[in-house]
Design a protein around this ligand. Structure first.
Ligand code: 8YV
Length: 321
């Protein structure tokens, strides 16, 4: 019998595959400037025993129904809203993700985005690049304080908790809203459990860390933005789909909130003509929450370990269900 085939939908370092090459044969989409086209993905899936996917690969009934050998899909992300898990269960395909290993790195980025937005870091850097720093002035690029302000975290999972820890180090008051209360976070970090409405009305910074599901889609809509303080700063490091982007634009235009820091968008990638780009009150990042060299390497290794475990008849470390 030949080796099992694993298809990897993005270019990952060959060196990471080496330890597995004796047992598996790898195929990979090597271009970085364009995502794997749907027809290529479907064709590769037909012959694959395992897939290593990312968030822009749609793993749905159509794909699964045409992949007779497929046993495992390892998503290089903690979120797996790109995968139809019910369909995967039906086809007896195991789905895995990469929880825990990216929590601290993603929280770092969330905090960096919060600070960049509050202290107008991108605008300030651009001012110098454009040769517009003519004189020091008392309120030149004056932003918002972070210390002693209230941060409201929607989604108190592993990343939410890592953000709360950072916030306490900055002398912030922490509020959170979550499906279940987290007594440990309340005791250890002094976080205050709040209703969603309270979170919106009491927070100076509102950070979205919730996964995208049917329940969370469009959570941040016109009604939600209207309930925020006019000085509020909205940060999204989860998924663009939790935000009604037109409502966010309108809230910014009407001065219903002060600014937004966004690492994620409904349709990615966004281009320079996207309405959020080029605004002084919005900082946009290209979905780099977990993008440190160390963390991405660990995430890839975890995916490969998961695939390898399933294909050798063992339990994967991090199945999604
Ligand atoms: C991924 C993410 O790297 O983990 C997630 O859910 O959004 C990022 O950490 C990205 O989605 C690529 O798949």
């Amino acid at each position: 019998m030949g080796k099992a085939t694993i298809y990897i939908t993005r270019n990952i370092p060959e060196a990471l595959l080496k330890p597995y090459e004796e047992s598996f044969s790898f195929r990979m989409w090597e271009r970085e400037d364009v995502r794997v086209p749907r027809d290529v993905l479907l064709e590769e899936a037909k012959h694959a025993d395992g897939l290593l996917t990312v968030l822009s690969d749609n793993v749905d009934e159509e794909l699964l129904a045409q992949a007779p050998n497929l046993k495992v899909v390892a998503n290089l992300a903690v979120g797996y809203d790109n995968i139809d898990v019910d369909a995967a269960n039906k086809h007896q395909v195991i789905v895995t993700n990469t929880p825990d290993v990216l929590s601290e790195t993603t929280a770092d980025l969330g905090f960096a985005l919060l600070m960049a937005t509050a202290r107008r870091i991108v605008e300030a850097s651009t001012l110098i690049e454009q040769d517009k720093w003519n004189e020091w002035a008392p309120y030149l690029l004056a932003g918002a304080d972070i210390h002693h302000k209230t941060i409201g975290i929607l989604g108190m999972g592993r990343i939410g908790e890592a953000i709360a820890k950072r916030a306490t180090g900055f002398n912030m008051n922490v509020r959170y809203h979550n499906r279940n209360r987290k007594p440990a976070v309340e005791q250890e970090l002094g976080a205050i459990y709040s209703s969603f409405d309270e979170l919106l009305s009491e927070s100076d910074f509102i950070v979205s860390v919730v996964p995208l599901t049917q329940e969370t889609a469009n959570t941040f809509n016109q009604v939600a933005f209207e309930k925020m303080k006019t000085s509020a700063i909205f940060i999204n490091i989860s998924r663009g789909g939790v935000v009604d982007e037109s409502a966010l634009l309108e809230a910014l235009d009407k001065g219903e909130i002060r600014a937004a820091g966004l690492d994620v968008f409904r349709e990615e990638p966004i281009r320079s003509d996207h309405p959020f780009v080029g605004r002084d009150d919005v900082v946009c990042l290209p979905h780099i929450g977990s993008a440190s060299v160390e963390t991405r390497t660990t995430m890839i290794q975890l995916c490969l370990d998961n695939i390898s475990a399933v294909l050798q008849g063992n339990k994967p470390k991090t199945p999604v269900t």
